[in-house]
Ligand binder design. Structure first.
Ligand code: MN
Length: 498
């Protein structure tokens, strides 16, 4: 499935006509140099397009509405080269509905001490032009990202590139459609939530179908298609028979191929990009979708188990935000399972019954067929592997009844102390920041779930900025976290996010 669109970002320098045409010409020329440099940097995931310099209320208002109307525009980057009286921006900013980045930079990196005069000062005055603009955006209470730094600086460019992915997450969020072919697991609280509020806040559409509706698509899969996909599995993955009959094993794997094709046909035809299932609600499906769901996640679909539509939508969102990223290491649905509480070897063993995305695998995954030990179906085929040993973020979106909260924990995936020959599922072992004890206490105090949407390829800042744009609360758990400050933050947030 196609994950990334040809989005563009509009670069809009601001100025005014007080300094004459020569000055405006310089603003336009230098803006072109900056934009060209950005596009050549190799760190921008999307193209930046230079727009004419904005100097008055009418042109600003029109430019912002043009950005609103253009489906390919995923965000607007403003920069005040000279002073630009901020009242001129009020109407335009009020009407702008695309993500806004205020780039606080300056064309020249240094001060030309020997030659500087008042002409130079009048032209090169971002230091106060951007403050005037920033004041207005703050006064309006409008959310935006501010990035300060010289435009040629690698760190500045990297941060702009990262913000672009946040902006695409903001734009794409309202296109996410989740299909529930099973309801929430009975009695479970944290996977529940207000679907109307989710559509208001995030734009997600969450629809329910009978499992029989999707099972029908699985029955209709042609045997030859299932055979062909099974052959592909056998080429792409190692096979761990472990004493099972070869023919019987292949039949079990082929059932997952049928499910993958049937599910994908259903999702494509009905235009859904994320799905939830439930091991206890399978109707006519012979196996819990395991390998099939793992493959769909790898293709870019969102997934949540036991009816968890919030995590399914978050996995999809994170797949979109990381689309096309060079050297991407993967994004998956995940679940906290078991601890090692041994000092120095402490961490959380992450896994799920079956459904972990192979995009996070450290090596070629292998197929196993094993009993599920829950439910009453055939032994499902699944991919087993361990995750890469890198830094990532684990996120949990929870509904607190009056509001949503996004919890973001920086975690470090570590090597497993020993292989786990009897554990027939994919897994990761991570230590949350700042350490297991404080991380776990903070997570529990914040109300985080046991299910998470996990990725190596986004930062806490990117997801937090996305949450800001959605108007919801974010709680960060990282090396700066102390329980005392976290409890205060939660207390203050309960007032701020009423
Ligand atoms: Mn679960």
């Amino acid at each position: 499935m196609k994950l990334s669109k040809e989005y563009k970002f509009w670069f809009m320098p601001g100025s005014q006509d007080l300094y004459g045409d020569d000055c405006l010409r310089e603003v336009a020329e230098h803006s072109a140099v900056i934009v060209e440099n950005f596009n050549k940097s190799g760190v921008m995931p999307y193209e930046i397009v230079l727009k004419p310099t904005l100097i008055d209320s009418a042109s600003i208002r029109k430019a912002m509405n043009d950005a609103n109307m253009d489906d390919t525009c995923a965000g607007v980057i403003t920069w005040m080269y000279t002073f630009s009286p901020a009242k001129s921006w009020i109407l335009g900013l009020k009407e702008l509905r695309k993500p806004l980045l205020h780039l606080h930079t300056q064309f020249y990196q240094d001060i030309p001490y020997d030659t500087i005069d008042m002409d130079y000062m009048n032209t090169n005055q971002s230091a106060h032009g951007d403050r005037e603009f920033g004041h207005m955006v703050t006064r309006m209470g409008k959310n935006r990202k501010v990035i300060a730094g010289h435009w040629s600086d690698a760190e500045t460019q990297k941060r702009i590139g990262e913000w672009m992915r946040t902006a695409v997450g903001v734009i794409e969020s309202s296109h996410i459609r989740v299909v529930r072919v099973a309801d929430n697991m009975r009695d479970v609280a944290v996977t529940e939530g207000d679907k109307v509020e989710a559509q208001l806040k995030f734009g997600w559409q969450i629809d329910a179908y009978n499992v029989t509706d999707i099972a029908e698509y699985v029955y209709q899969v042609k045997d030859s298609d299932a055979e062909e996909l099974t052959d592909q599995y056998y080429r792409d993955y190692d096979i761990l028979l472990e004493g099972r009959d070869e023919k019987e094993f292949r039949e079990h794997v082929k059932e997952q191929a049928r499910i993958e094709i049937g599910f994908e046909n259903f999702l494509t035809e009905l235009n859904y990009q994320a799905i939830v299932t439930h091991f206890g609600m399978l109707a006519g499906l012979k196996q819990l979708p395991g390998l099939a769901i793992q493959r769909l996640m790898e293709k870019g679909y969102g997934f949540g188990a036991e009816g968890d539509w919030k995590t399914a939508a978050m996995v999809r969102l994170m797949k979109l935000m990381t689309a096309g990223k060079e050297g991407a290491m993967g994004t998956s649905f995940m679940e906290d399972y078991t601890y090692s509480l041994v000092p120095g070897k402490d961490g959380i063993l992450q896994a799920h019954m079956l459904e972990v995305c192979p995009s996070i695998a450290s090596a070629k995954p292998a197929i196993k067929v094993c009993p599920l030990s829950m439910g009453n179906r055939e032994d499902p085929a699944r991919l087993v592997f361990t995750a890469k040993e890198e830094h990532g973020i684990a996120t949990s979106l929870v509904d607190l009844g009056t509001r949503f909260r996004l919890i973001i924990n920086d975690v470090n995936c570590l090597p497993l102390e020993k292989p786990m020959p009897k554990l027939p599922v994919a897994s990761a072992f991570w230590r949350p920041e700042p350490n297991l004890i404080t991380g776990a206490e903070a997570w529990i105090l914040a109300g985080g779930a046991h299910h998470t949407a996990f990725t190596y390829d986004l930062t806490a800042e990117q997801l937090g900025d996305w949450a800001d744009e959605m108007g919801i609360e974010t709680v960060y758990i990282n090396n700066d976290t102390t329980i005392r400050s976290l409890k205060n933050e939660l207390r203050w947030n309960s007032v701020a996010y009423k």
